[in-house]
Ligand binder design. Structure first.
Ligand code: SF4
Length: 441
């Protein structure tokens, strides 16, 4: 069949979707890049919060129209939504009657066979997902050819009280260093120059396999892979960033001075209620160490506002911390009560309107901070990775979530090319730069 794979949610799900595409192609199907050209559609869903579940269901319902109109013959739903709702599968089956089969993230490898052998509707999920794709698993990448995500681990052993991810992604499990190096080499062979390391908690990498975290050893091994120019670390946990990891960020030439480290809040009593295994003093000390020891480091974080028990004083403390720290990149989520999580039963819930108001207040504060941080790049000579003609990123911009560099050049620049450019202007989130050649012209 001609199959279209729609990937929703995060980069971790995207990698799964790439493996699903690879498995389907290896089973003789052809992958298309639009639903209207497909006989069969697979939606790999996201369900980390209620809103994401609703978006996933809305996307499936839209595709169900194509099925009802006879354009699409088969429709499958995979990933986090079926797994998270495995306890209410009858409701999901009833809600989405056009869907021919549901598959959890731990069962993705079974899809080609199920598509071939099963005429009946199926709902296949594992009690606890354990799947971990390895380097020899077929993979058809959905990112532009010059950058890729490398999923170093899956699942999570933390117990943050607001989070349901461990319930449907399973326990933390790492891939062996040798297998990740193998995959990095084949990605480099495909023209990948930027490798983005992902997991639920990358800083805990290897603890299950080797008895203690081995992220530094992994970075050292990946740093030796020819052809890779930038290695970027995403999704680290503040409780697991060691001094050795900080040295690796500073000393390994291919590892960019960038760290994505969700801290969620800064108030001690809220960090405790969130069970974040750290406190405000340690978070501040960690950021101080990062800034002191890794020249030019760009730090990305995410915060949650409106967590049960949060007061105006807590929000003031968070705003002050943001002013002091001036994160280069920062995202904020209004707290979303998740079923079957401890936080859902905590006293003093914050009204939805108040959550929204705090979200907007802190987002506009960060917009001002980001504007002043960006102004410090004015006049600097920077290395830019071109994503498309006229547009690229510096080492301080992760793909798809951070800022852009709008590049003025006298020659056509191709995706995957690195150019030197001088920053001539800035906006809240982006930079404007000119290549040396265009400056000369
Ligand atoms: S570290 Fe916490 S927030 Fe992140 S996936 Fe694990 S439990 Fe969820």
């Amino acid at each position: 069949m001609k199959v279209y794979v729609l990937s929703l949610g995060c980069a971790r799900t995207l990698v799964d979707s790439e493996h699903v595409s690879g498995l389907l192609a290896a089973s003789g199907h052809t992958l298309t890049d639009s639903a209207s050209a497909a006989d069969c559609v697979v939606v790999n869903t996201c369900a980390f919060i209620r809103e994401a579940e609703e978006e996933s269901i809305a996307a499936v319902l839209e595709l169900a129209d194509l099925k009802r109109s006879g354009k699409v013959k088969k429709l499958y739903v995979a990933g986090c939504l079926p797994q998270k709702r495995r306890g209410e599968k009858e409701d999901l089956l009833a809600l989405l009657p056009e869907v021919d089969g549901f598959l959890g993230p731990g069962d993705l490898r079974k899809l080609p066979a199920l598509m071939e052998e099963t005429a009946e509707r199926f709902f296949v999920t594992s009690p606890v997902p354990t799947l971990l794709f390895e380097s020899k698993s077929p993979r058809l990448r959905m990112t532009p050819s010059h950058f890729a995500y490398l999923k170093v681990s899956e699942g999570c052993d933390h117990a943050c009280t607001f989070c349901s991810i461990p319930q449907f992604r399973g326990a933390h499990r790492s891939r062996p260093i040798e297998d990740l190096v193998e995959e990095a080499k084949s990605l480099a062979g495909e023209g990948v120059v930027e490798l983005n390391l992902i997991g639920q908690d990358t800083s805990y990498y290897g603890a299950d396999l080797y008895g203690s975290p081995k992220l530094t050893e992994l970075l050292t091994a990946l740093n030796g892979v020819q052809g890779i120019h930038w290695i970027r670390l995403l999704y680290a946990h503040p409780a697991h960033v060691t001094d050795r990891l900080i040295e690796a960020l500073r000393d390994l030439p291919r590892v960019v001075p960038y760290l994505d480290i969700p801290i969620q809040h800064i108030a001690d009593d809220l960090l405790k209620a969130m069970r974040r295994e750290t406190d405000g003093r340690r978070v501040r000390a960690l950021i101080e160490r990062l800034r002191a020891r890794v020249p030019g480091i760009a730090i990305r974080t995410t915060l949650i506002v409106g967590f049960p028990g949060e007061t105006e004083a807590h929000v003031e403390e968070l705003a002050q911390f943001m002013e002091e720290t001036r994160f280069e990149r920062l995202g904020i989520f209004p707290y979303s009560p998740e079923p079957k999580t401890p936080a859902e039963r905590l006293p003093h819930p914050v009204h939805e309107k108040v959550r929204e108001e705090r979200f907007h207040r802190l987002m506009s504060l960060q917009q001002r901070i980001s504007e002043t941080v960006n102004r410090t790049w004015l006049g600097r000579e920077v290395e830019v990775l071109i994503d498309e003609p006229g547009e690229g990123r510096t080492y301080a911009d992760a793909p798809e979530v951070d800022g852009l560099v709008h590049v003025k050049a006298s020659q056509v620049l191709r995706p995957g090319q690195f150019v030197q450019a001088r920053v001539t202007d800035t906006t809240e989130y982006d930079l404007v730069a000119e290549t040396a050649a265009s400056v000369a012209a």
